[in-house]
Ligand binder design. Structure first.
Ligand SMILES: [Zn+2]
Length: 99
């Protein structure tokens, strides 16, 4: 006799694996944990992806992309980007003259 539940479980397992992997990639692209993304994707499917996609990128990622600080200028000493209003470079600690 055709066992509906066996087939269903196999498909579900593969689907969870795929959902988990995609969720993990979405989370990783936002600078968040791949593992948590996997977990959410596997448990919630597309809803987990949506949570990952809507999630604010981590502060670390934003800083790397240089979009968190708004207007920025380049430190003349260490060439790192610092806030426009910064007086002291947060990277090298030197005082920055108005440019
Ligand atoms: Zn500096």
């Amino acid at each position: 006799m055709y066992s509906y539940s066996d087939t269903n479980e196999g498909v579900l397992l593969i689907a969870m694996l795929l959902f988990g992997l995609i969720g993990g990639y979405i989370y990783q692209s936002k600078g968040n944990s791949f593992f948590i993304g996997c977990l959410l994707g596997a448990l919630l499917g597309p809803i987990g992806w949506l949570i990952g996609a809507l999630r604010r990128p981590s502060k670390e990622l934003l800083e790397r992309q240089g979009v968190i600080t708004g207007p920025t200028k380049q430190c003349p000493y260490c060439a790192e980007l610092v806030k426009e209003e910064a007086v002291v470079c947060k990277h090298c600690g030197r005082e920055i003259q108005d440019m």
